[in-house]
Write a protein that binds this ligand. Structure first.
Ligand SMILES: C[S@@+](CC[C@H](N)C(=O)[O-])C[C@H]1O[C@@H](n2cnc3c(N)ncnc32)[C@H](O)[C@@H]1O
Length: 260
C-alpha cells in the first residue's frame, strides 16, 4: 500500500495549491450540468469549485480522512458534491460517466500510469476531456523533494529504480492516451509559493506534509534528519526571490486530453 495522504495535515498544502485548482477549473470551462470527476481530489479543491459552477461533481481519493474533510467543506459552503474512496486505476464511476475528468497533482502518484490513463479514459464520455496537472521536475521545491526522496531511498536501501513517468511531457502523455483515442495538449504554468522565511516553509512542510512525515521519522531514527534538512534549506535559501521573506516559483503543466 502507498502513502496515506490523510496522515499529517495535507490541508496546508491544499491551501497552497488552491490557485491551481481555480486555474484548471477555469480552463476546463466547466458549466452547469457537466458531470465532473476529480481524481485524487484530496480535500476537494477542484471538486468544490466545479460543484459551485453547478456541475454534478464526484471527488475520488484513496485517503478516507481527506474525503471527510472534503465532505465537511462542501457542507460548510452549501454545495452538493459526492466524495467516494477510489484510486486512479479503479475509479468508482460508470463508463462514459464524466464529461470532464480533473486530476490536480494526483494521478501523477499512481503507481501504474498506463492503468490510470486507461481508467480515466474509460470514465470520460465521448466528446469529453481530461485535465491534469504535473510538476515540471526543476526548481527549488522539486529539488528539495528530490533531496528527501533520495535520502529516504538510501535509508531503506531501495535501489534507484527507473525514472518516474514524465507526466509533464506532451510526448509521454500523447503515448499514454493515444491508444484510448485522445490527443494531448500541454501548457506550462507557474505557482508562486510564499512563507515568512525559507526555514519556516521547511518547518511547516516537516510538520504537516504527509510525505515529509513519513520520511522524517526514518531519517530521525538514523540521525540524518538535520543534515538532510540543512541541505534542503540551503537549496530554498539560494532560490529565494524575496530578500525580506520567502518566495519561490514552481513550474507545472496543465495537460488537456481530448478525444481525437
Ligand atoms: C498533492 S495531493 C493533491 C490533492 C488535490 N487534488 C489538491 O489539489 O489539493 C495528491 C492526492 O493524490 C491522491 N492520490 C495518491 N495516490 C493516488 C492514486 N493512485 N490514485 C488517485 N489519487 C491518488 C492522494 O491521496 C492525495 O489526495
Amino acid at each position: 500500500m502507498g502513502l496515506d495522504w490523510g496522515v499529517g495535515r495535507y490541508e496546508t498544502t491544499a491551501e497552497e495549491l488552491s490557485p491551481v485548482a481555480a486555474a484548471v477549473v477555469e480552463r476546463a470551462a466547466i458549466s452547469s450540468g457537466d458531470r465532473v470527476v476529480d481524481v485524487g481530489c484530496g480535500t476537494g479543491n477542484a471538486a468544490l469549485l466545479a460543484a459551485q459552477r453547478g456541475a454534478q461533481t464526484t471527488g475520488v481519493d484513496p485517503a478516507a480522512r481527506l474525503l471527510e474533510v472534503a465532505r465537511s467543506r462542501a457542507a460548510e459552503s452549501g454545495v452538493t458534491a459526492t466524495f467516494v474512496q477510489g484510486d486512479a486505476a479503479s475509479i468508482p464511476v460508470a463508463t462514459a460517466g464524466a464529461d470532464v475528468v480533473l486530476s490536480i497533482f494526483a494521478v501523477i502518484f499512481a503507481p501504474d500510469p498506463g492503468a490510470a490513463a486507461a481508467e480515466m479514459a474509460r470514465v470520460t464520455a465521448p466528446g469529453g476531456r481530461i485535465l491534469l496537472t504535473a510538476w515540471i521536475p526543476e526548481g527549488a521545491i522539486q529539488d528539495c523533494v528530490g533531496i528527501f526522496q533520495k535520502a529516504v531511498a538510501a535509508a531503506i536501501g531501495r535501489p534507484a529504480g527507473p525514472p518516474p513517468f514524465a507526466w509533464h511531457e506532451q510526448s509521454a502523455l500523447a503515448s499514454l492516451f493515444a491508444p484510448h483515442g485522445f490527443s494531448v495538449a500541454v501548457e506550462p504554468e507557474e505557482l508562486v509559493i510564499t512563507a515568512s522565511s525559507a526555514r519556516e516553509y521547511l518547518a511547516i512542510q516537516g510538520r504537516d506534509h504527509p510525505m515529509s512525515i513519513a520520511g522524517r521519522a526514518l531519517l530521525e531514527s538514523r540521525g540524518e534528519a538535520e543534515g538532510v534538512g540543512g541541505r534542503a534549506l540551503a537549496v530554498l535559501e539560494a532560490a529565494n526571490e524575496d530578500p525580506t521573506a520567502f518566495r519561490v516559483t514552481s513550474r507545472y503543466v496543465v495537460a488537456t486530453a481530448t478525444r481525437a
